[in-house]
Design a protein around this ligand. Structure first.
Ligand SMILES: [Zn+2]
Length: 345
């Protein structure tokens, strides 16, 4: 198991990123990978903390989470390799930095500016331009700094998306159980329970969490980190990603980039897969609604036929990952009926 070594969560902890990096090894040179807007919002606080710890810092501003960008970064940063890589930003910057650090063989710290997905603490990255249409494994972040003040400044939609990525663990764990029962696949009870717990807190506390204050954000970010750690423990994305994630990847494949955020798509997928698993899909939809996450495809610019097609091709994107969609094969007509029955379309 490769687990994060140090995790800081709290109001203003970005000011401690320098000392945290220092405590994680013999580090003098740090590369920070971020986006333009995030650098304007949080760059100064991060830079001041790294400077205070006498670290030599190079900044790399990117906009596109693709392998082409990783290759470019590897060229630029690789000329004068840093001892340590930090990913400052939302999903895109964290994924880019994680992949670049992996390619350069350097330790990596994630400094998320939104509580929008579980990649904050997991070894998995979702990046365009690789030969697989789903997440691939890089290295686990050695450290995580989740500043709840910084996270509270992000648009509310991002945290709602994080809740979508969390409720997904309900159907992901069910799919994993199914793979154990039908295929004799390895199933880790501890990792499954840990992941499931991070989803359950969203179902149980959605009314309280909808306030999106710092305490709510702390709960959501802790749940996201726990889910990522569950994937570290399992050594695979199994506890965090099942048919609902395949559905999301299929939507991206069909509709391109203009179809909502990762957690928003995955949340819709969870409602649908919950019905297939015979679970209380209404409760999942209610929790998502309470958090301000979409429960209807049209809320993220998707139409009926795109949803039906995504449901019917999702499993073919990753045939080796046994899920409820391997067991229940859907043609377009059945897929449409299913999506209608849970009011996603
Ligand atoms: Zn996810």
């Amino acid at each position: 198991m490769e687990l994060p070594r140090k995790i800081l969560i709290g109001d203003g902890v970005i000011s401690q990123v320098g000392s945290l990096v220092r405590s994680l090894g013999n580090v003098s040179k740090v590369a920070v990978i971020t986006g333009k807007k995030v650098k304007e919002r949080a760059g100064q606080a991060c830079d001041a903390s790294l400077y205070k710890s006498s670290l030599n810092v190079s900044w790399h501003v990117t906009s596109d989470a693709s392998m082409a960008t990783v290759d470019k970064l590897q060229c630029v940063i690789g000329n004068d390799p840093p001892d340590f890589v930090i990913g400052l930003g939302g999903g895109r910057s964290v994924d880019l930095a994680k992949m670049t650090a992996h390619q350069l063989g350097r330790p990596f710290l994630s400094l998320p500016t939104s509580a929008s997905h579980d990649g904050i603490s997991s070894p998995f990255v979702s990046i365009r331009g690789i030969d697989k249409p789903y997440s691939v494994k890089a290295n686990t972040p050695i450290g995580v700094v989740a500043d709840t003040w910084l996270l509270s400044q992000a648009p509310p939609r991002l945290m709602a998306s994080g809740c979508g990525d969390l409720v997904a663990k309900i159907t992901a764990v069910k799919d994993w159980e199914l793979a154990r029962d039908d295929r004799g696949e390895y199933f880790g009870s501890y990792a499954a329970n840990l992941s499931y717990m991070s989803a359950k807190i969203i179902l149980d506390e959605s009314e309280k969490l909808r306030k999106k204050d710092q305490m709510s954000i702390r709960t959501v970010v802790e749940a996201l980190i726990s889910a990522g750690v569950a994937a570290c423990i399992a050594g695979s994305s199994r506890p965090c990603s099942g048919a609902e994630h395949l559905f999301s990847h299929a939507l991206e494949y069909i509709a391109g980039q203009d179809c909502g955020l990762h957690g928003e798509r995955v949340g819709l997928g969870t409602i649908i897969m919950a019905k297939l698993h015979g679970l209380e899909w209404e409760r999942i939809a209610e929790a998502l609604k309470a958090m301000g996450a979409p429960t209807k495809a049209k809320q993220i610019n998707l139409n009926e036929s795109q949803v039906a097609k995504a449901l019917s091709i999702a499993q073919s994107l990753r045939p080796d990952r046994y899920t409820i969609l391997s067991k229940i094969r859907l043609d377009s007509k059945q897929a449409l009926e299913l999506a209608k029955s849970v009011r996603v379309v």
